[in-house]
Design a protein around this ligand. Structure first.
Ligand code: IVH
Length: 675
């Protein structure tokens, strides 16, 4: 008996400690205990429960690891129906929503209505019921009236409290969205791949699949999360008077609430928030598919009431769909500047992710094989954020009977030279080299582009016309172009022809790093070019460099090293480089001996992340200047980050920095840092 008493006391201490750590870790992302120590506490708790099963209460942290598998899910009738939302798609729909509410509330005057704007999370709706502050059950939405009892699965989600603090209402039903963050989704798919299982198509499906497990131990292993967004049943009528207050109080009770929600004024406020979140969307850690606007005052919500299955006081403003169906009108190949032959699908134009897409890259032969795509196929196209559009899958049911498998060309469509395939069908190259006009055009387009030599006014069409007109064969010919030659091209007048000649002439003197990048050495990007410039100081030194020496440099691997050596050894390339110099292209040599010792640089060893928009300089300039001071500039915030520079409209990275308590500075701080 006294043993039970001691066990009960220890069990209570362990329970409250474990839940405290769960809360710090999963809701605030700020653990203050090592994983190992946490596991020890949990093991001790499990041991006590196995000796004294009566201590295994409904709110014990042991519930987080999953329980015995079920045969089926029980049904649960919702005390109050779980509604859906009406949708809006454009500015007009939002103004209309606001106008209707004004009318229904008898607020036809000029008064501006306050709304709460929140991300519309792309996961699964859940209702969680607490009685006397203890988790009682959780249910899916189902048909809105009856859902399924998924309590044992929901309890494994560690950010969901199993017991509420004192002062919480006796009966409380909280509703929210369960979702999987991108990082967790990627990690889960890696595990699936290792176990030879099919990957999940998107985070939403992964979250749904994880919640629908009869074996909650499987759910426990899945990285699920929740944001709560509303109340269902509540015994305390005075809990809150506005929606924003409701969410604040739910936050106080320990529920995760989306940190991005904002109180806004009128339809203009709603639309400004929509625009803001549209920009942040691709930076967020989780999927959202729109914005939900909710009338803030609860008494007004009650007066506005409901239509059919949705409230009149809320509206889901959907982002343009990121996946759409269309057909493949053709497949052909493009030849790049290094001769890479890339297949491209020509699509029936389709509006997806906010833009019209008519071409998508198919990358290479093995990707075509993986997708099994053919001309005439019906396909799903996806464009999310700034990510390039992709074909996700082929609908075989709609394949025309006459369609045939795509055969990759054996010869370059531009110059007729043989296409050489390297690797497992991953890289195909035209062997035509400089006789291939397609390669010549691409090489010149790269040379004149903004990050390369940066010749103002030299667009792609002009390059095409110059090459097709036989006026230039390689980049050095640009510098001997004459006014007469240019004026004879279609679309040029005196002034525009002279401007082009002038802007070419103004780019004779360039930095060595730019020149190196412009040459288009395979796989030599801006930062490698800069490293080469700083290490070797001039072009001649690079002509005699060995693979071994290059490989000794940080960030240069064997393939890039070989590409560099091969490029400088090629007689055609040598001729072009000599011609550039003869035609007046020059650069300041860098005194290599003067290179600073990295240890002496002020930001040596510091990892810095840039996020948000900068006004006074471009992100890439900021990066270069920080690197020049010895800093490592990284793309994501982690515990290893030393400093985060926060520009305008910064998103999740800024939030993460705050959560991890990493030092942050704004643009002024950055300018000061750069001196
Ligand atoms: S409020 C009566 N808020 O969208 C109000 N729903 O299309 C009901 N959803 O079933 C929902 N994020 O699963 C609300 N911030 C949010 C939401 C949200 C996602 C989902 C929810 C609901 C569906 C309605």
């Amino acid at each position: 008996m006294s043993d039970l008493k001691t066990a009960r006391a220890r069990h209570a201490v362990l329970s409250s400690e474990l839940e405290h750590h769960n809360h710090l870790y999963y809701t605030h992302d700020a653990p203050n205990i090592a994983d190992h120590d946490y596991d020890q506490l949990l093991q001790e708790l499990l041991a006590i429960e196995s000796s004294y099963p009566e201590l295994m209460t409904a709110d014990s942290p042991s519930q987080r690891v999953g329980s015995a598998p079920l045969d089926e899910f029980n049904q649960i009738k919702h005390e109050r129906p779980m509604l859906s939302l009406s949708n809006g798609f454009n500015d007009n729909d939002i103004h209309e929503f606001d106008r209707r509410l004004h009318k229904e509330l008898g607020q036809a005057d000029e008064r501006v209505l306050a709304y709460v704007a929140e991300p519309k999370l792309d996961g699964l709706a859940v209702s969680i019921f607490y009685e006397n502050r203890v988790f009682k059950y959780a249910a899916t939405r189902g048909d809105g009236k009856v859902g399924e009892d998924i309590s044992q699965n929901v309890k494994t989600i560690r950010s969901i409290p199993l017991r509420l603090p004192l002062g919480a209402p006796d009966r409380l039903e909280v509703r929210g969205e369960i979702f999987m963050a991108h990082a967790g989704f990627a990690a889960l798919n890696e595990v699936q791949a290792k176990m030879d299982k099919k990957p999940f198509v998107n985070p939403r499906n992964a979250a749904a699949g994880s919640l629908r497990q009869l074996d909650s131990k499987i759910t426990a292993s899945r990285p699920l999360d929740i944001f709560v967004y509303s109340l269902g049943v509540i015994s305390d009528e005075n809990f809150a008077t506005t929606h924003s207050e409701t969410l604040e109080r739910l936050g106080d009770l320990g529920f995760p609430v989306c940190p991005l929600l904002e109180k806004v004024e009128g339809p203009e406020g709603c639309l400004a928030y929509y625009a803001h979140l549209s920009r942040l969307r691709s930076d967020l850690d989780y999927e959202i598919d729109g914005i939900v606007y909710k009338l803030d005052r609860l008494d007004w919500q009650r007066s506005a009431g409901f239509i059919a299955k949705a409230p009149r006081w809320a509206l889901a403003h959907k982002f343009p769909a990121q996946e759409k169906t269309t057909t493949v009108n053709g497949i052909d190949v493009q030849v790049g500047r290094t001769g890479a032959v890339t297949p491209v699908a020509r699509l029936e134009p389709v509006f997806v992710g906010g833009v019209t897409v008519s071409n998508v890259t198919l990358h290479n032969q093995s990707e075509i094989r993986r997708l099994g795509v053919r001309v005439g196929d019906t396909v799903i196209v996806r464009r999310a954020g700034d990510v390039i559009p992709q074909i996700v899958s082929v609908n075989l049911d709609k394949r025309p009977a006459t369609s045939v498998e795509y055969t990759f060309p054996t010869h370059c469509p531009e110059c007729g030279s043989e296409v050489v395939v390297e690797g497992e069908g991953v890289i195909a190259r035209c062997s035509g080299g400089l006789i291939c006009r397609a390669q010549v055009k691409q090489a010149i387009k790269h040379f004149v582009s903004r990050k390369a030599i940066d010749i103002d006014g030299m667009g792609e069409k002009i390059v095409d016309a110059l090459v097709e007109g036989g006026l230039i064969d390689n980049v050095s010919d640009l510098y001997s172009l004459t006014f007469e030659q240019v004026i004879n091209l279609d679309g040029f007048a005196d002034k525009s022809a002279q401007n082009l000649i002038d802007s070419i002439a103004s780019r004779r003197h360039v930095e060595l790093s730019r020149l190196l990048y412009s040459l288009g050495i395979p796989q030599v990007g801006e930062s490698t070019a800069e490293q080469l410039a700083n290490t070797f100081g001039n072009l001649d030194a690079l002509k005699s460099v060995s693979v071994e020496v290059l490989e000794g440099l940080p960030d240069i691997g064997p393939i890039v090293a070989q590409n560099i050596v091969r490029f400088f050894a090629d007689s055609n390339n040598q001729a072009v480089m000599n011609a550039l110099v003869e035609r007046g292209v020059n650069y300041d040599e860098i005194a290599v001996a003067d290179l600073p010792d990295p240890e002496s640089l002020p930001l040596n060893g510091k990892t810095i992340v840039l996020t948000g928009a900068l006004q006074s300089l471009s992100r890439s300039d900021a990066k270069k200047r920080l690197q020049a001071l010895g800093a490592k500039v990284s793309g994501s915030v982690s515990k290893k980050t030393d400093l985060v520079v926060i520009g305008a409209d910064a998103g999740s990275k800024a939030i993460k920095a705050q959560e991890l308590e990493i030092e942050t500075i704004d643009e002024d701080g950055l300018i000061a840092l750069l001196g």
